[in-house]
Design a protein around this ligand. Sequence first.
Ligand code: FAD
Ligand code: SIN
Length: 541
Amino acid sequence: MAHIVIIGSGIAGLFAALRLADANHTVTVVTKQRPTDSSTNWAQGGIAAILDKTDGVGLEAHVNDTLRSGDGLCDENVVRTIITEAAERIQDLLHIGVRFETNEDGAFNLVREGGHSKRRILHAKDATGKEIERALSEGAAQHPNITIKPNTLAIDLIQREHGNPNQGIAGVWCLDQVSQEVLTLSADIVFLATGGVGQLWSTTTNPSVATGDGLAMAYRAGAAVKDMAFIQFHPTALARQDDRPFLITEAVRGEGGVILDKAGLRAWQIATQKARDEGSEEPLPDGFSFTLAHSPLGSMATRDIVARSIDQTMKQTGSTHVFLVTSHLDQAHLLAHFPTIQKRLDRHGLQLGRDPLPVAPAAHYVVGGLAVDDIGRPHSRGSGEIIPSLYAIGEVACTGMHGANRLASNSLLEAVVYAARAADHIIKTNPNSFEHSLPDWRADGLTNLVEHAPAINDRASLRTTMSQEVGIVKRFNRLHRARRRLDLLHEEVDMIWKTALPSREIVELRNMTLVGRLVIEDSLQRKENRGLHFNADLVEE
Ligand code: FAD
Ligand code: SIN
């Protein structure tokens, strides 16, 4: 039986861990903070799935919505197979103990989000991720074959032969953040399930752990990356100076919420008052939305279109936000479906079904990532071959499912499908244990990082640069400026890296700088605008 180290305890990491452990493999899950600190835990809307594998029409519609959202760049075969496997993976999640919302008749309650032509999203009200994470982490904590190591920060992959990705991976160096020691963990197989990169931008829906570590580690170990320019900004994060950009799920729009700018809101309010005075039917807000100028689907268009239209409107009006309007909807229904959001709004005296909510786009999801095959094995950058004994699953990977823009609620689905495929492949092939003696971390001559302020300031400056120069709308000169700044930052981080013992600040900054450069490089290479990548210079040429 193999010993497997999984880095990350979100849906991808924990689902794979449970499957492998059930098949008698021993699994160590290392995770940066508490096991539940993950994007998975914050997921709201749900997981898209057709529950009846024989529902050809339903499957085809989900495939078509995904392809349309991906703007011509999805791998259709990947899309089809993931969507076909969804029903089985949902059964697995139910078996593990995930409780999705049901109607009075016992059927699953399904919701809709932007880009979906019908209701097909399973959810646990507006805390779907929390419910999934609860069930998975409880299962993992109780499993005799799983050891979870919290507060353990993976620093770098250890190659079987230094400098040669084609020989595979033999383990991982990790910083024990309690003892501050660097651990050398050996493994027959390593899984990267480290999630996304949202922390590279100042405004993000992502938790603090999302610093692109897995991507950076694998890149340094010779893995190929793909489609890094496609960064998804969620259109509706709460925009308050005194709070983080808390996500307001698209499912609110699925229930009829509409995005208006200040002028649209005013016009709708005047029209509503007029209708009341005249005793005529009150108008819906839909027709007053600036989003209609960008798509006939208005507020329910795909995320790339809605986020870009908001960005443009905010720039034109000089405003820091637009509004998500729900006062025309049944308040009791909204409060019953979105209790987590309402709890957050309570802090600000705002109410669903009553107040226009100030919202703005925030960095949300990296569509690109490690280029993997159909069971999650990363390719080597040099040879194109598979890197042996390494898997990348979940948001860290780029499978081809999302093309140029991910359809809402397809991410949890992709993560769980690839976690199962990777685990099943290992179970089927039952690889032998690999005898290895691993090099220790190169600690000689390194000193503690005494001055932390530069690392903290550099992180802030990186995030500002990414937000200002590598945002929803890009330009070549801005991308070049961002590249110059990140190149300089890279040199500085490298200097600290060579002399100081690793700390979380410096490990993350090193990774964020590398990932930022990968996003910029891919953006500079692109000669056309697709999905989430929009370079204003390409329009005007
Ligand atoms: P994560 O769940 O992010 O887990 C990554 C794990 O890796 C964490 O445990 C982290 O601590 C650990 N880690 C990272 N680096 C290191 C390191 N160096 N060492 C050790 N551990 C490390 N998608 C949907 O499909 N539906 C939704 O409704 C939805 N809502 C969302 C709402 C929010 C607010 C956010 C942020 C995302 C949402 N998404 C949604 C996207 C989706 O949640 C993520 O893409 C998905 O959860 C990623 O799962 P994952 O297992 O790959 O990574
Ligand atoms: C949301 O609930 O709006 C987020 C869904 C997603 O990112 O897929």
